[in-house]
Design a protein around this ligand. Structure first.
Ligand code: SF4
Length: 365
């Protein structure tokens, strides 16, 4: 049997035939050029005969019901549970990867849980989730699977969330993000040299993705930056990023600064001190951004949402728990009436901080 018909293998989109006989993948800026039988750097897209294929359609490395705040998304259906899943592989090679067992996996045995799009949507409904998140690894590299799953979810009233590094070519990114209801983009640094040395990528396509999602789609956007001591946490770099952020994305897009812990091929750096997160948050607020958060540390002030009109806490949080709610049914501050940007319902969900791993194959749907 041809490999093209192996389980999980489907024809892929976004590629070009080159004059020398190779096929160029146009999903991400790496533009892998492949001969028959070769895989791209992401490992999950490959050339089979005269076409590109995705080899992980309907295959997952695991599922978990999480609080939506864990993605992190603080202005999108707060307090609700999200069915999170990922596949394998990645199109970046970050030395500090915090999910490296999945992202660097070359072992298809990690893709043990089979789930076609319809089954994921049905599972989300059965588990009481409001959304499905493509996370753990980057949906850019499995976009055909993510797009079809998002459509199946929409048909059942389930929203879709992409957690991504945003390292995509414009056409492929446009196809993926058009199907999403919310997107969290990981802005790893504001330094092209960092992207080249530490991630094996480049900054400019990520900034283009950020602007595209904000300007051209209906998806709710939030941004995350993992601060690594001595690498991307300097005042000058954060100030440059904050100026770009305020200018291109405006004041209402939330920005999360999260703490690094030593992992993968970066074991020589210490954990990020809470004071570094607080300093970065202060710089971003001073540049006019309305909603700047800290993550991976206990910091009720940095977790909570304040009204930018009157300063009142409109969503109090302690890590992933919602501790107070001060928005009215239209998402405006109950005290001063200024609207808080985001996707809100009259009341928050009550999922709390629970994390519930699930096996879809074990569910009766
Ligand atoms: S998506 Fe994968 S195969 Fe395509 S260019 Fe990027 S790394 Fe290469």
């Amino acid at each position: 049997m041809s490999d093209l018909f192996a389980p999980g293998t489907v024809p892929a989109r976004h590629w070009t035939r080159e004059a020398d006989g190779r096929i160029r993948c146009d999903v991400c800026p790496r533009h892998c050029r492949l001969r028959d039988g070769q895989r791209g750097l992401c490992f999950v897209r490959a050339r089979r005969g005269d076409q590109m294929v995705l080899t992980t359609f309907g295959r997952s490395s695991g599922y978990c019901v999480d609080p939506i705040e864990k993605k992190p998304l603080d202005h999108f259906l707060p307090g609700t549970p999200v069915l999170s899943f990922g596949t394998a592989g990645c199109n970046l090679a970050c030395r500090f990867c915090q999910n490296w067992d999945i992202s660097r996996s070359r072992d298809v045995d990690t893709l043990a849980d089979e789930a076609p799009p319809e089954r994921i949507a049905a599972a989300a409904v059965a588990l009481g989730c409001r959304s499905v998140a493509f996370t753990y690894n980057d949906p850019v590299i499995f976009l055909e699977y993510a797009v079809e799953t998002a459509r199946a979810c929409r048909a059942r009233g389930i929203r879709s969330v992409a957690v991504t590094a945003g390292y995509a070519c414009p056409e492929a990114g446009a196809e993926l993000f058009a199907e999403m209801d919310a997107v969290n983009v990981d802005l790893k640094a504001f330094d092209p040299d960092f992207y080249a040395r530490v991630c094996g990528g480049s900054l400019a396509p990520v900034l283009e993705t950020l602007e595209h999602v904000h300007r051209d789609t209906d998806a709710w956007l939030e941004v995350t930056t993992l601060l690594i001591p001595g690498l991307n946490d300097g005042d000058e770099e954060i100030e440059r990023a904050a100026r770009w952020f305020a200018d291109r994305l405006g004041p209402d897009v939330p920005w999360h600064f999260t703490a690094f812990h030593p992992d993968h091929r970066m074991l020589d750096r210490p954990r990020t001190p809470p004071a570094t997160l607080a300093r970065a948050r202060r710089i971003a607020l001073d540049h006019g951004l309305h909603h700047v958060y800290t993550g991976n540390v206990r910091d009720p002030e940095g977790d909570s949402t304040r009204c930018h009109g009157c300063g009142a806490i409109v969503i109090g949080r302690d890590r992933y728990e919602i501790t107070s709610w001060g928005l009215d049914a239209r998402g405006t501050c109950a005290r001063c009436g200024v609207r808080c940007a985001g996707v809100f319902e009259p009341q928050p969900g009550s999922w709390g901080s629970r994390r519930m791993p699930v096996r879809l194959s074990g569910l009766e749907l």
